[in-house]
Every structure is written in structure tokens, then in C-alpha cells.
Design a protein around this ligand. Structure first.
Ligand code: GL4
Length: 792
């Protein structure tokens, strides 16, 4: 490996060892690891090809990958070798690992789920391709200026991306605009604008390097690079105008997690990557099949939310306009290929495009959507409409065009059936299925928590990363004092690592013996970070009044970004930072309570925070969090959850046992019921002197003395509206926190409870989730087996 690294340094990077920077060394290491993926990658591709197997195509606007060096080295079993090689070369391996920028091509859970699925698909040997957009700028970088979020463009591609292969020869034309001409019963689309989609491939290697799939990301470029005539006339701007316009399409990730902006560029991004992916998969299919009618036997196309929902009309367009199939047959054929995953019930996140806009950008598709609507209404009169009040409902379109629609947790699936898609569910009672989300244990335990994984491997062997149910083998150790001491020591190691990092990066001293209470996720009212900070203030009030009352010391850690246009979320960030400044400088409570909010939360930060957590905050208003996946990562790493009966919390609690989970708050049904009574917020606040006091302190400017009116809007909203029922759940949340305090005082019982979490959440491996999709939706099987071994 040392020689390979030196060869890359010299011949791929053009540097000699004496002049190489950290970047150069990291690139050389990465390229030599990439080399090691190529043979298994070719073998996998060849095996899929020879066996003519069905492939999965996972279409997703987001892949929140994070760093790759360690992940790839671990999956290849090369971590020790890589570390030793770098040491021999006089380089610090850990420093190189830290030099890699996060690939932040996603907003949050939805994008991270796609990345976990890619890891599981490769580990399971399921022939698959991920399709998305190669954004030039990933999710913005967050900084705090006087406690307020400011956004800066993210620039991961300012450096070369070590893992990808550019494929200039794999380019497709993507058309927009223009008009449709009908002649002799045939439609011809005359587009107004054409850009090229060019492929960039990243191999995705599974655990132990047995199989590799491809993540193919599309980059937009102009069809004609450069207008020489304009340039020669001296009009330099005009010469590059078309280039700039085309490249805009893959320029930047939309930074909104759960709201839709309805922007034309977003629609173009969606069509751009969907159309390129379909052309690509059809080319692959037609290269060794003659009958387009066989497509559903060889291609399972999964739509990650409605973002690629235009895939339905696009596939039909190709079948009808290019292959000459009838409309009705094409609709059926397309449906047999397509599956749709719903990821949210929030009304503001359900995509709806104005009909005029969709018709202007994609005129032929609007005609086809009308045909889909007619066919649906013909077969099921009174069916919910795709075209409705001048809008195109992408949820209804995706539902009608998919043979299976899945929710992402048991509760969410029930709510999909009983709320957003209740009418469609009545018409198609077998279409909606559940596939509860999962996480890859390779990254989220083996990779991020060496202290705990080493201990686990010592006890139950090393097969668990690919068979997470084996963690069950730890259950019997919950009564083993010696083991619990070691389990606690592993947590302590991670807490020390985090404490050092916090002291260095945030300038706050925290005590590794305190309870580390962590809430990391996008900032959103429904996730209720504001309820957490209100509870923190209430706790501080009590501590300050009576500092010697035997408190459990706490460190409250927050992490997360707000969508740049989401005003209330930004106020919540500001409030947390304001409160932190006041509490962290109170001499009376200095050993009892600290608040830490490091800016720019990302995958890499999660990998450090999660293993160090004692308490995981999963406190969304019941019925709002479709699943959550951070909740699973924390439990796997031995944190206890304080949470509501929302999303996958429900199933986590069932797995770990009610006695090992701090439950509070209204249920989803009670939330709906409570909202029917106007004035519920005021009534709840009036019954809670503790909450009243906290709200008064904030309203009086206790945390922003220079600007006392700063949070009048936020506080007023809690009194008068409080759509997310912070007021109603507050007391129950506070009391449950105190139960957690009590439990934490006894390290032996706490760590036994924590162990019950780790030992019982094997089911939440994304391997299990992906096997569920393979069985119930895609009807595909693993291709790992005899053929592969032979060709190897
Ligand atoms: C989300 C949900 O909000 C989240 O609960 C879920 O875990 C995730 C993956 O299914 O999808 N939906 C959207 S939109 N963003 C998400 O993170």
C-alpha cells in the first residue's frame, strides 16, 4: 500500500514526498483505496450483466454521504494497513481523515437515509444504482454571528473529489420548454432549450468488499460549450451565457428540508436528474433486451419522495412517443416499474406545481399527466385528483403511478393511510406498505464508535456489522457488573473525546461526568428545540435557587441548521445561543449546567456526538416526525431516549422495553383532539407556573438585555397559537427529565438500561429495511453467490 500511495503521489498528483501537503497525502491515500474498489466493482457489474438480473434504481435528490476515507477503508478491511502505511511515510492518518470535506449533498434524514441504503444495497449484494445530482455546492455552511445563523456557500468541489470517475462519454440531452405538435395521432415535442447531463460515478463498496454498486450523479453542462461568434464580436458575456444557464441546474442543493418553494429551477433540477437517469437505465436495458415490455422484470425504480415523481410521465412519454406503445399500456408498464416512498405528512412539504409552470417547462408531460388523470378517473370515478385548482399534486401523481407506496415507520404508515392518502388508500387498499427506516451499522457503530465496537466484538465476535441482530448476544451481560463497567468506560472515552473537542472549538469547559443530553437535527418547530431550551431555563431556575439540592449535572448539546428562509427556526437558534451565554456564565450553576451549540452540524459532527450521548432528545409533536433515524443511531450507541410516541420512537421503545425509554407527552390522536379546542395553549400555560415563569423571563429580555423585545413574537406565538403543543407537553417533559436525572445518579442501573438499548436495536439496521424493500416492493434478490465467487 505504501508503494501505491507513493506512486499516486508522484504520478496522479505530480508531487514528491518532500513537497506534499496534507491534501496531497490524503488524495494519494484515497486514490489507492479507490483502486482497491475497482476490481470488486467490475466483478459485480459483470456478474449482474451475465446473470441478467433485475436491478434497483434509487432516484434521490439527496445523498448525504459525509466523509468516505474511513468508511471505504473499513469496508475493505484496510484501516490498519492504511494507518501503518501512512505512519511509515511519516504522516498522521487521523489528520488526513480530518482533511476530507463532508459531501453534504442532502439536508437531513431523507438524504442520509439514501446514503445508508447505498451502503446496505452493496453489503447485501443487491445490484443497484443510486441516481442523483452532483451539486457544485452542498448544504450551506452555518456560522453564528452574535448568536444568529449566517449562511455561507459550501465548496466541497473546490478540491478534487477523490472517489469519483468522470464519464464525459455518458451524457444525455435533457430538454425543456417549447411546444408539442400533434400529427397523425403522434405527439412531437419541440423543446426550446437543451442541456447535457454528464455522469460522475462513485463506486459504493459493501462490507468486506464482496460487492460494489454505483452512485451515479449528474452534472449539467451546456450543449454547446461556448459561443465563439459572440466572443469574436467582443461580447464576452454573451459568449458564456448559455454555459452559465445550463450549469445553474446542478449548481446548488435547495436548503429546505420540509418546505417547498415552488421555484422553476427546482422543477428543472428534478426533471434533469430524473430524465437523465431514465435514459441511462433504458439504454442499459435495451443493450441486452429486445422487448421494452420486459422492463418491469429487470428494473425496479424507487422514488425517494415526490422529487423524482416526474419519472412516471417521463417513462410513459418514452414508451408512447419513442417506442410507439399505447397510452393505457404504457401507464400500466410504468407503474409496474415504480415505487414511491413518502417521507413526510407536513402539508407544506407536499410538492405541488402550478399547472402553468409545469406546462411551460414540460409541455408534453402535462399532456401525459392529463392522460394519467383521465385513465385513473375512468377506472375509479371520483378518485382524488392530480390536477386540482390549477395545481399538479405530485403526491397523488406518485401514488397513482407507483405499484407500491411506502411509509417510513409503522405510525407514519398508518397516518399515510388515514390522512394524506386516505381516499387513494380506499381505492387501492394493498398499495400502501410499511418499511421502517434503518441505519447502517458500519458507519453508525463500527466506524464512529471504536471503543464500543471493540468491546462488542470481543464479546460476540466480529460478524455483527453485517448481521446486527447478533447484538442480542449482549442482553445476557446486563447483569454482569464487570462488563457494565467496561461498557461505561467506552462511553466515558467518547465523552472525553467530545469534551476536548468542545473545549477547543467552542471554548466551553464541560465535565465528562455530567449527563450529555443531545438534540441534533434540522431546526424546526415540529422538532421542538424551543421546548428543550425552555426546559433548560426552567431547570436552571431551580438549580440557581437551590444549588446544593443534589442535582444531576447536565450538558445540553444542540446541533442543526435552519432553512435560510425559515424565520421562526432562526429565532430559535438565536434564543438557544442567547440562553447559553447567560447560563454558561452563571457562577452559581457553573458546575451543574452548560449549554453547547457548535455551529455547522454535519455528518462528521454526528459521528462524534452520537457515541458520546447519554440522553437522546426525540421530542417532536406526535404525528409529525415521519420516522427519524438519529433516534436509532443514539440507541445503538447506548444512549437512552427521552421522547414522544412519534415516528420510529414507537418501535424503538417496543424493542428496547418501556422501562428503558423515557416517554412523555400527548399521543398523535390526543394531539389532533387537543387542537380542536381553541385556547389550549393559554389554558396549558396558565396551569403551569413553571412554564409561565420561563416565558416571562424570555419576554422581559432576561436573555437579551440589550434588545428586550427580541423574542416577543416567539413567546406571543406560544401563548396564542402553539401549533406544535409545546405548552401542552411542557410539564410532562420537565417531569420526565427529572426522572432521567434520578436514574442517572445510579451508574450501574443507567448503564444496564443503556445496554438494553444497544442490545435490542439490531432490527434498525438498514440491511433489514433494504431486505424489506427487496422482498415487498422491488422483488429482487442478492446476486452474491456462486457466480460471483467463480468470476472472482
Ligand atoms: C424526512 C422525515 O422528516 C424524517 O422523519 C425521516 O426519518 C426521513 C427519512 O425517511 O425523512 N422527511 C423529510 S422531507 N425529511 C426527512 O428527513
Amino acid at each position: 500500500m505504501k508503494d501505491e500511495i507513493l506512486a499516486h503521489l508522484r504520478y496522479s498528483l505530480g508531487k514528491d514526498a518532500g513537497h506534499a501537503s496534507v491534501y496531497d497525502w490524503r488524495m494519494a491515500l484515497s486514490l489507492s483505496l479507490r483502486d482497491r474498489m475497482v476490481d470488486p466493482w467490475f466483478r459485480s457489474t459483470q456478474a449482474s450483466y451475465e446473470k441478467r438480473v433485475k436491478r434497483v434504481y434509487y432516484l434521490s435528490m439527496e445523498f448525504l454521504i459525509g466523509r468516505l476515507v474511513e468508511d471505504i477503508a473499513a469496508n475493505l478491511g484496510l484501516v490498519d494497513e492504511a494507518r501503518a502505511a501512512m505512519a511509515d511515510l511519516g504522516q498522521d492518518y487521523d489528520l488526513l481523515v480530518k482533511d476530507e470535506p463532508d459531501a453534504a449533498l442532502g439536508n437531513g434524514g431523507l438524504g442520509r437515509l439514501a446514503a445508508c441504503f447505498m451502503d446496505s444495497l452493496a453489503t447485501l449484494g443487491i445490484p443497484a444504482m443510486g441516481y442523483g445530482i452532483r451539486y457544485e455546492h452542498g448544504l450551506f455552511e452555518q456560522d453564528f454571528v452574535e448568536g444568529k445563523q449566517v449562511e455561507k456557500a459550501e465548496t466541497w468541489l473546490a478540491q478534487r473529489h477523490a472517489w469519483e470517475f468522470e464519464r464525459p462519454e455518458v451524457s444525455y440531452q435533457i430538454n425543456f420548454g417549447g411546444h408539442v405538435q400533434h400529427q397523425d395521432g403522434k405527439a412531437k415535442w419541440h423543446p426550446h432549450e437543451t442541456v447535457l447531463a454528464t455522469a460522475y460515478d462513485t463506486p459504493v463498496i459493501g462490507w468486506q468488499g464482496k460487492w460494489a454498486n454505483t452512485l451515479r450523479l449528474w452534472s449539467a453542462r451546456p450543449q454547446t460549450e461556448f459561443d465563439l461568434a459572440s466572443f469574436n464580436r467582443g461580447d464576452y458575456l454573451a459568449a458564456s451565457r448559455s454555459e452559465a444557464l445550463a450549469r445553474t441546474i446542478s449548481r446548488v442543493l435547495y436548503p429546505d428540508d420540509t418546505t417547498e418553494t415552488g421555484k422553476e429551477l427546482r422543477l428543472k433540477q428534478e426533471y434533469f436528474f430524473t430524465a437523465a437517469s431514465l435514459q441511462d437505465l433504458l439504454r442499459r436495458f435495451l443493450s441486452d433486451h429486445d422487448n421494452i415490455r420486459d422492463l418491469p422484470e429487470f428494473a425496479a425504480i424507487q422514488l425517494n419522495d415526490t422529487h423524482p415523481a416526474i419519472a412516471g410521465p417521463e417513462l410513459i412519454r418514452i414508451l408512447v412517443d419513442r417506442h410507439g406503445l399505447g397510452m393505457v399500456e404504457s401507464i400500466e408498464l410504468a407503474r409496474r416499474c415504480l415505487g414511491y416512498t413518502n417521507h413526510t405528512l407536513l402539508p407544506e412539504a407536499l410538492e405541488r406545481w402550478p399547472e402553468w409552470l409545469l406546462g411551460r417547462v414540460l409541455p408534453r408531460h402535462l399532456e401525459i399527466i392529463r392522460a394519467i388523470e383521465d385513465s385513473q378517473q375512468g377506472q375509479h370515478p371520483g378518485s382524488p385528483r392530480i390536477l386540482d385548482h390549477g395545481n399538479v399534486n405530485m403526491g397523488e401523481l406518485a401514488f397513482i403511478m407507483a405499484h407500491k407506496v411506502n411509509g417510513v415507520s409503522a405510525l407514519h404508515t398508518d397516518l399515510v393511510k388515514s390522512t394524506v392518502f386516505a381516499d387513494l388508500h380506499r381505492i387501492h387498499p394493498t398499495r400502501i406498505v410499511n418499511q421502517t427506516n434503518g441505519i447502517t451499522p458500519r458507519r453508525w457503530l463500527h466506524g464512529c464508535n471504536p471503543a464500543l465496537s471493540t468491546l462488542i466484538t470481543r464479546e460476540i465476535g466480529d460478524a455483527w456489522p453485517a448481521d446486527l441482530d447478533q447484538l442480542r448476544g449482549l442482553r445476557s451481560l446486563a447483569g454482569d457488573k464487570g462488563f457494565l463497567t467496561e461498557f461505561r468506560a467506552a462511553k466515558r472515552t467518547n465523552k472525553e473525546r467530545l469534551s476536548n473537542w468542545v473545549s477547543e472549538h467552542c471554548g466551553v469547559a464541560i465535565d465528562p461526568d455530567a449527563m450529555f443530553d443531545i438534540q441534533i437535527k434540522r431546526i424546526h418547530e415540529y422538532k421542538r428545540q424551543h421546548m428543550n431550551i425552555l426546559e433548560t431555563i426552567a431547570l436552571w431556575n431551580d438549580m440557581h435557587a437551590n444549588p446544593t439540592a443534589g442535582w444531576t449535572p447536565r450538558v445540553k448539546i444542540f446541533g442543526g441548521k435552519a432553512a435560510p428562509g425559515y424565520h421562526v427556526a432562526k429565532e430559535i437558534i438565536h434564543l438557544i445561543n442567547d440562553v447559553a451565554r447567560v447560563i454558561n456564565t452563571d457562577p452559581v450553576t457553573r458546575d451543574l449546567l452548560k449549554i453547547v451549540y457548535p455551529p455547522n452540524y454535519n455528518v462528521t459532527m454526528a459521528e462524534m456526538l452520537i457515541p458520546a450521548a447519554d440522553l437522546s432528545e426525540q421530542i417532536s409533536t406526535a404525528g409529525k416526525e415521519a420516522s427519524g433515524t438519529g433516534n436509532m443511531k443514539f440507541a445503538l450507541n447506548g444512549a437512552l431516549t427521552i421522547g414522544t410516541l412519534d415516528g420510529a420512537n414507537v418501535e424503538i421503545r417496543e424493542h428496547v422495553g418501556a422501562e428503558n425509554f423515557f416517554l412523555f407527552g400527548l399521543t398523535a390522536e390526543e394531539v389532533v383532539e387537543r387542537r380542536k379546542h381553541p385556547g389550549y395553549a393559554r389554558a396549558a400555560i396558565e396551569q403551569s407556573p413553571r412554564l409561565q415563569k420561563v416565558l416571562a423571563q424570555i419576554a422581559e429580555g432576561r436573555f437579551a438585555p440589550q434588545d428586550p423585545g427580541r423574542y416577543h413574537g416567539l413567546v406571543g406565538n406560544l401563548w396564542d397559537h402553539d401549533h406544535f403543543l409545546v405548552s401542552c407537553d411542557f410539564d410532562s417533559y420537565f417531569d420526565t427529565q427529572r426522572r432521567a436525572d434520578e436514574a442517572f445518579k445510579n451508574p450501574a442501573t443507567w448503564s444496564a438500561m443503556a445496554l438494553h438499548n444497544t442490545a435490542n436495536v439490531g432490527w434498525f439496521s438498514s440491511d433489514r429495511t433494504v431486505q424489506g424493500y427487496a422482498r415487498d416492493i422491488w422483488h429482487v434478490r442478492s446476486a452474491l453467490g456462486a457466480t460471483l465467487e467463480q468470476s472472482a
